[in-house]
Structure formats: C-alpha cells, structure tokens
Design a protein around this ligand. Sequence first.
Ligand code: UDP
Ligand code: MG
Length: 314
Amino acid sequence: MSRTLLSLVVPFYNEEDAIPAFFAEVVPALEAIDKVDELDFEIVCVNDGSKDRTLALLVEAADADARVRVIDLSRNFGKEAALSAGLTESRGDIVVPFDADLQDPPEVIAQLVSKWREGFDVVLAKRSDRSSDTYLKRQSAVSFYRLHNKLADVKIPENVGDFRLMTREVVDTLNALPESRRFMKGLFAWVGFRTAEVTYVRNSRVAGETKFSGWKLWNFALEGITSFSTVPLRMWTYFGLLVAVTAFLYAAYLVIRTLVRGIDVPGYASIFVSLLFFSGVQMIGIGVIGEYIGRIYHESKRRPLYVIRRRYGK
Ligand code: UDP
Ligand code: MG
C-alpha cells in the first residue's frame, strides 16, 4: 500500500516576519506525524501578491526542502482565492488549509489525522475559546453566525475557521464548484460529507498583524450572507405587503372619517415624514437588490479565480 500524502495549504500575504517561525514549527510537527502515522507531506505555499520579502523567503524554503512548493499569484487576490489556488494545486490524499501566522497550533494536525483514520471525510478544528480575539471581534462573530444560520439553508458551524482536514474526494468536489465569488466557510459546509470535530485553543499571531480590518470583515459577512441566502431579497415582498395592507386600512379609515366628520385641515408633517421614511425604505430595498445583481454580474463574467505567475519546487 502506498503511503498517504498530506498537503498543508497555506496562503501568505505580507508574512515575512512569520515565515521563519512558520517553517521552524510546522516542519517538525509534520515529521512527528510521519513517525507515528507513516505519511508523507507537502507544504503548498500560496504567495497572494505579497509586497514584502515573502516570495523570496518561500522560494528559499522550497529550494532547501523538496517537500515545500510555492504557487506565486500574479497579484493580491484575497485569502479566499489564494486558498482556492492552493486547494487546486494540492496533490495530497488528505488536505489541511492552514494560516501562515501559526494561530492554529501545528500539533492539532496530528489530532485531525487520527480522527480521519477513524473513517471521517472531514475533520473540523473547533476553537474551544476565542480569547485570542478582541471582544468586538468575538461579539461580531457570534452575531454573524447567528444571523447567517438563521437566514441560510446551509448552516456554518460556529468557531470553526478554514483549519480542517479534508479527503481528496471533498477537495475535488470543492474545486469543481463553479462560482467565482468564493465564501469558503460556506462552500465547505455546502459540500457536506461525513464530518467529525476536534477542539483546540487558538493562539495569537506569532508575528505581523491581521490582514482583516473591521470594514473588511463587515464586507466578508455580507458576502457570506448574500452567497448563501436569498432571504434579504424575499424580505421586501413581505415588507411591501405589510405596508400595502396598512395603507389600505388607513385609506378606508380616512374615507369613513371624511364621510362622518367632513374635511378637516390636512397634516403636513405626517405626509412629509412618511414620504421620507418610505423613500429611505425603497432605497434600502434597491440597495439589497443591487447587491444581488452585482453578484450575478460578477458570476456572469466567468473570470478565473486567480492567475498563477509561476510555480516553484517539484
Ligand atoms: N491572507 C492572504 N491574502 C489576503 C489576506 C490574508 O493570503 O489578502 C492570508 C494571511 O497571510 C494568513 C491568512 O490569510 O496566512 C489569515 O490571515 P490573518 O491571520 O490576517 O487573518 P485572521 O487570523 O486575523 O482572521
Ligand atoms: Mg491570523
């Protein structure tokens, strides 16, 4: 029987400070798994258009170690695209997406592998607490999952990031999905398969700083919800219906009141306020529709998810 190949897929964006620690910790951790579990590994590094010395350092690592490969993208395509590139380029029988900043301890990979040995197709690494995140990030994450899972049919497991183990079948299924706007957390959940979980504690970054500001996370959350739910569109039908029924009742009341009491002085303020209110509501409605039309527009262009400038390593 041939030995299992594990692919560690790692997106790098301006991570020059984290790279030395990354290889120093990850390679021994994977070698330790090899001793126990008898598997080979490759580290698929995707350079997502870094502007610092990331590429040079990665190529250096690939030259020194045949198990390291580098996929250099032509510019910064964003983490989701970089991850998709790595998944497509990976050759392993089992594949683990991993962050460059060592927030996820490499030792957990051994636990993922032994769970996979029990016969699961997907093993999720679940954060037992988020104490390494700021209070604001924790709270917004909780609200996001709550809202997303209420609106979307495909539920995303809470406190689970991209860090997980997937078999070749799962990765091939993901790679075959046609959409070009990729919300990976949602796609991971969408493919399904037999899933298990292990829990772990997430660390702080070893070096450098987070690439996701509050504004980027907000847009990421909108992306997630509009990728997996059309409830925000349908909502307007019910809202419109409610307004129409209220307007009809109010009209009937006005007619009866006029018949009984005659015409009195009309209210200028109430007309003005309701005018403003409903123009605002209409604009929000148009904005939501625009969001979805934008998505249709992006998908219809059928552009590739990323462009590879060059590959390094075997
Ligand atoms: N990353 C990337 N492209 C980007 C932004 C981030 O490849 O445009 C990589 C980054 O180098 C890291 C991973 O995605 O390996 C996670 O990023 P980060 O640690 O900044 O996110 P956080 O852990 O704060 O959510
Ligand atoms: Mg991080």
